[in-house]
Each structure stands twice: as C-alpha cells, then as structure tokens.
Design a protein around this ligand. Structure first.
Ligand code: PHE
Length: 446
C-alpha cells in the first residue's frame, strides 16, 4: 500500500478538522433547527450534547483513525479482526451520500446567491422580502444547475489529491469566515430586534424540551462535528504522531460550536427585527440574510464575500464527506481513485437532483410527511450519525484494549492526559447509554 499522507503542521490538522466541521451545518442548519425547536431550549441541549457526547466520540474517532492509520473499515478490522464491526462503515457511507445529496443543494443556493449578489441581482429588503426572492431562485429547475456546479467543484478538488489543497485553503479561509461572522454579529447589535433575538436564542424555556428537540439537538451536534460516519476518523489517519488529540478535539468543538452560536446571534435578531418567523425551516437563513445585507453600507460587497466564504466552507466539508465513500471504493472495492471519485459524485448527483426538486416540482411528494430533502436530512443526521457514534463509543469503550486509548492520548506515555479516566468512562457508559435513551425516547418507548 502506498504511504499515507500526513498533515504537515498541527495548525493544519486543526484547521482541516475545523474545515470539515464548520460549514452549512453551523451557519445554515443550526439556526433553522434552533428556530424550529424553540431557540434557547435547543441551544442548551445542543451544547450539552456537543460537550458530553460529541467531544468524547470525536476523541474516539481520532484515536481509531490516528492509531490505525486507515479508513473506517480498515480501522474497525485492524482493531477487531474477527468481528463484524465494519458494518458501521456501511452506515457511514450511506449517511455520507445522503448528506452529500442535500448539502450540495444548499451549497448550490450559496453559489446562486454569491453570483447574483456579485452581479447586483440580489435585491435587498424589497419584494415580498427574502421569501419571494428565495422562492423565485429555488423553485423550478434552476437549483439543479447550481447543485451540479457545486458537485463539479467538489469533484475537481477531490481528483486533485488528498491533503495539500484542502489544508492550504482551510488555513486561510476558516479564520476569514470567523472574522466576517464577528463583524456581522456586531452589526446585529444595532438592530431593533437584537434583544428579542438574543432572548429567543439564549433563554431556555424548559417546557419546550420534547423528545424531538432532544433528538434534533443530538443530530445537530453530530452533524456539526462531522461525527458518526467516520469522517473525523479518516482525517485523523492523516494526523502526525505528535498531535495532541485531546487538545485538537476540544479546540475543534469550541470553535465549531462558537460558529453556530455566532450564526444564531446574526440570524435571530434580524428575524425579529424584520417581522419574520423563526420557524421557516431550511430556507430561514437564505430568506433572512438579504435583509441583513440591506442594512449594511456596501451590502452587495458583504453579501458576495459572505456567500463566497460560505461556499468555500461548504466545499471543505463536502470534500471530507466524500472521502469516506471514496476511500471505501478505493481500498475495499479496489477501484482507482478517479473512478471512486466519479462514482461517489454520480450517486450524490442523483440524490442532489431529487433534493433540489423537492423545493419545486417534487414539493408535493412526501414520505412520512417529509419531502425528499427533509427525509435525507432526517435519516442521516438524526438516525445514521447518532447510531455511528453510539457504535464507535461502545467499540472504543468496551471492545479494545484500554492501552490503545492511553497510548493515543499520551503519545505512548510521553505526556499526561488527566482527563483520560473521564474519557474512558464517558465512552463506556455515558455516550452509548445517552444516545440509546434518546432514541427510545424519540420513538415513544421512554
Ligand atoms: N460538519 C459539517 C457542517 O457542519 C457537515 C458534515 C457532516 C461534514 C458530516 C462531514 C461529515 O457543515
């Protein structure tokens, strides 16, 4: 087998992890899920899940990836050769292709918004508001074009190789996106609905914590941290031996969730200032943002820059999701990297077209009350990812030698990792049990 690539710097490893984690999940999905699920109550559950379940599972994925230096299948089979744990890999592949399908549609919207604002065609604050504009841009066949363009960009990067481009781009783009979000947050404070928006986001109404809020928050925590499908495992297989996994996991989670919170601080004050509803669902952010840009001097420039960065942040995430199916097709099915990439792109393209149409011609087609877009999102984020995370934590907690985890987190005894007992306990008990209970709860068995 050919030598595996290694991220050259520690900052590069962190930036790439954050590059995978930060994307539409934080800026598009978090506000819409929080809006639908009651604001503060959702944020509270989401934060608890990120740090109580997400970080330990992230640590487990990091340890498995770096410790085995292989893809998800390889990692499970190297650590438990005679057992059939590899099936988790299949869940990851299905989930990654489902996510890639709907994610590309939303990323396609960002391309549309970016180009429209660059050419001055995105109107700010007039029409029937952002809603009319959004509808005119996304119904019909047009979004298919943008989805195809986005997937084309994704395929182009993937065909170019594993780390170099991704690493270099993430190093510059992620900090830039962060700064831009902070600037928009400051602007948010000047809006008349700032108080109401902040109250909505930070004031938990405990009566709103229902089984679906819990499941939604768990799914969001996994989605946002790119967990449960082996993505972080695959990336960690490229980390250097000296990378401090605990630190990378903690810093990654803090940065990732702060982007989500920043995004909430940008969106909700605007929602209340302009008399919109926080419950708009997947279209929320795209309807609200044009209003925000209309308030800024040089709105067109801000808007173009923002959507450009969002598009690039989405690319760093889709590249990481695609790696899962590509490494599987390459390493387990013996395909060439080129064919594996094309196959993965072709599958996501078919799924993407269906998802794109579910806002237009296929909007009446629902399964269990969900459009294809929402179904793909629900199945992957709320079902596949938590199951993947549950299996991974159970596996690391119970099935493999404790020494493995210790070696990975102390660099073979070279430094101390005081939280190791807590991490082990959490992987053994808290993570598998909590995820299982949330599932039982959501299907009404608890
Ligand atoms: N975490 C990414 C985001 O927030 C989405 C993602 C999910 C990426 C799963 C990889 C794997 O946008």
């Amino acid at each position: 087998m050919k030598e595996r690539a290694v991220f050259t710097t520690k900052f590069g490893a962190l930036a790439t992890t954050v590059g995978s984690a930060v994307g539409l999940g934080n800026i598009w999905r978090f506000p819409y899920e929080a809006g639908v699920h009651g604001g503060g109550a959702f944020l509270l559950c989401y934060m608890l899940f990120v740090f109580l379940i997400g970080v330990p599972v992230l640590c487990a994925e990091f340890a498995m990836g770096r410790g085995t230096r292989s893809n998800v299948f390889g990692a499970y089979s190297k650590l438990a050769p005679r057992q059939k744990w590899q099936f988790t890999g299949y869940i990851g592949i299905v989930a990654s292709l489902l996510i890639l399908s709907f994610y590309s549609v939303v990323a396609g919207w960002t391309v549309e918004y970016c180009i429209s604002s660059a050419f001055g065609q995105l109107s700010f604050g007039d029409m029937a508001g952002g809603h009319g504009q959004f509808t005119s841009l996304t119904t019909g066949w047009r979004p298919i074009l943008w989805t195809v363009i986005f997937l084309f960009c994704n395929t182009f990067i993937l065909l170019g190789g594993v780390t170099k481009g991704i690493e270099r781009a993430s190093n510059i783009l992620m900090p830039m996106l962060f700064l831009l979000l902070i600037a928009f947050c400051i602007n948010s404070m000047t809006l008349p609905g700032f108080g109401e928006g902040v109250r909505f986001l930070f004031h938990p109404d405990f009566s709103k914590i229902t089984p679906s809020v819990l499941l939604g928050a768990l799914g969001q925590a996994f989605f946002s941290l790119s967990l449960g499908l082996g993505c972080m495992m695959t990336y960690a297989s490229y980390f250097s031996d000296t990378n401090r996994l605990g630190r990378t996991a903690a810093v990654g989670a803090v940065l990732d969730s702060s982007v989500a919170v920043l995004s909430g601080i940008i969106i909700f004050p605007a929602v209340f200032s302009f008399g919109l509803s926080p419950q708009a669902g997947p279209t929320l952010v795209f309807e609200v943002l044009p209003y925000i840009f209309s308030q800024l001097p040089g709105g067109m420039v801000w808007s173009t820059l923002f959507f450009l960065l969002l598009f690039l942040a989405s690319l760093t995430s889709t590249v990481s999701m695609s790696e899962i199916s590509i490494t599987f097709f390459c390493e387990e099915k013996r395909m060439s990297r080129r064919n594996a990439t094309l196959l993965s792109s072709a599958i996501s393209l078919c799924g993407g077209v269906l998802c794109a149409l579910s806002f237009g011609p296929l909007s009446g087609f629902t399964i269990g009350g969900l459009t294809i877009f929402n179904l793909f999102d629900y199945l992957s984020s709320n079902i596949c990812l938590p199951i993947g995370g549950m299996v991974c934590s159970f596996f690391v907690g119970w099935m493999i030698d404790k020494k493995f985890l210790r070696d990975q987190f102390t660099d073979y005894g070279r430094y101390r990792f005081v939280l190791l007992p807590l991490l082990t306990f959490s992987l053994k008990w808290i993570c598998p049990a909590a995820i299982f209970l949330i599932f039982l709860n959501s299907i009404g068995l608890l």
